[in-house]
Design a protein. Structure first.
Length: 426
């Protein structure tokens, strides 16, 4: 594999990470597992037929997370489980669908240069809001809510954990139904502010007064936000359970499907898996970082099914390109612009390629991750629409080819001890 990144590191092994992979446990064939966990998920079969489509027609669905929801304000959260919990309530302008395509949520359309939504100098993007959208309390959503959310998050004293507004110079309410976002410099890809579940809009009326140092003390707002999404909070027990009920003011008359959603916490990933695959306490278990053989043994009981959804992250080994010679003292394994201090052989592309050819990535993925990981040669491993299909040479282990490459590069085992030496004999 060729080097990537800085001179200090290169990617030796790229395993498709289980970051967007979910081992989910779903109770009926009604609902597909959500994407976005760190590990696989499991699905539990049911003899019950799925309900007819319609709002609240399928009762309660229970999801178990071994990382419990602790807050429902995504701007103050540091964990995916909180982002997931909040995403049932608060919404962005745009989001990504299951095919990783941008789709409108609270916006009428996706702004482009062609439709006039993005300025030709790439310094601004303007959104038209869906008409007649109301918050769960029945009050109208307006552009002022977006301006407030930007001000809330960019107040340094708020301690916002989400960085979706970096480079944003201003957010302006052109009128009640139009939001203009201006950037400090030309921005070819402006779909970050208010895009995806990391960057939803907050209700100004609810959160006003919670900016800055007051943010952390607004417990009611942070645990029971008023949103425009399909659900609202019925009960919140921090680090334990969140119960959601339907937002009766949600704009889609036939949604959501489930009348109630429960997200429960479990003590660890194994307990989460057992709750679905063995005891039947839950319908879906997220991010099951459990040993593959243990998880597959649970699945063999026949109460559920493990499902893996692969995401865009990779796990890999990073190798230092600098010289590890102890005689270098403080400069050992240290790189600087003034003294590159190169490694005696890892800086040779032939050596790096030979190492890559000698690795069996498939066996690593199988043994360490089971169904939760697959080998890849790409650092950019998702979404599928942008992944290269012409970069798969590393998937085939080639010991003979690796040895031939080292022979050609002048690395030979001159004394028969099984270790190759460099041309100078070291």
């Amino acid at each position: 594999m060729t080097p990537h990144g800085t001179r200090k590191t290169f990617f030796l092994i790229a395993l498709l990470a289980v970051a967007a992979m979910v081992f989910a446990a779903c109770a009926a064939p009604a609902a597909a597992p959500a994407t976005g966990g760190e590990q696989p998920a499991a699905a539990a079969p049911s003899s019950d037929l799925p309900a007819e489509p319609g709002r609240g027609t399928d009762g309660t669905v229970t999801l178990v997370y071994w990382q419990q929801v602790s807050i429902l304000n995504p701007y103050l959260s540091s964990g995916t489980k909180d982002f997931h919990g909040a995403s049932l309530i608060v919404e962005p302008l745009l989001e990504f669908n299951q095919d990783s395509e941008l789709v409108p949520v609270l916006a009428q359309e996706i702004p482009t240069v062609e439709n006039g939504g993005i300025s030709e100098d790439l310094l601004s993007i303007t959104y038209k809001l869906l008409p007649d959208v109301v918050w769960a309390d029945g009050t109208p959503l307006t552009a002022d809510d977006f301006v407030f959310t930007w001000q809330f998050c960019t107040n340094e004293l708020t301690g916002c954990t989400v960085q979706n507004f970096v480079g944003v110079e201003s957010v302006e309410a052109v009128d009640a139904g139009t939001v203009k976002i201006s950037f400090a410099e030309p921005t070819p890809y402006p779909y970050i502010p208010f895009v995806g579940y990391l960057s939803p809009v907050l209700q100004k009326a609810q959160f006003e007064g919670c900016e800055g140092e007051a943010a952390q003390s607004c417990s009611e707002q942070n645990t029971s936000p008023i949103g425009t999404g399909p659900y609202k909070v019925k009960e919140f027990r921090a680090n334990d359970t969140v119960v959601y009920e339907i937002n009766e003011n949600y704009r889609k008359a036939d949604k959501p499907h489930f009348a109630e959603v429960v997200i429960k916490g479990a003590e660890d990933a194994s307990a989460s898996a057992r709750a679905v695959l063995e005891t039947g306490e839950a319908d879906y278990g997220w991010n099951l970082q459990v040993e593959p053989d243990v998880l597959l043994d649970m699945e063999s009981k026949g109460n559920g099914k493990v499902i893996a959804a692969y995401g865009g992250n990779v796990e890999r080994i990073l190798i230092n390109f600098t010289n590890p010679d102890p005689n270098l003292g403080d400069k050992r394994s240290v790189w600087s612009p003034d003294d590159a201090n190169p490694h005696p052989f890892l800086t040779d592309p032939a050596v790096r390629q030979a190492l890559s050819m000698a690795i069996d990535r498939n066996i690593i993925a199988e043994q360490l991750y089971g169904p939760g990981g697959v080998a890849t040669c790409n650092i950019l491993s998702g979404p599928p629409s942008v992944v290269s299909t012409a970069n798969d040479a590393c998937l085939t282990q080639d010991i003979e080819g690796a040895n031939a490459l080292l022979d050609e590069a002048g690395y030979a085992d001159t004394n028969g001890d099984g270790i190759r030496e460099m041309a100078d004999g070291t």
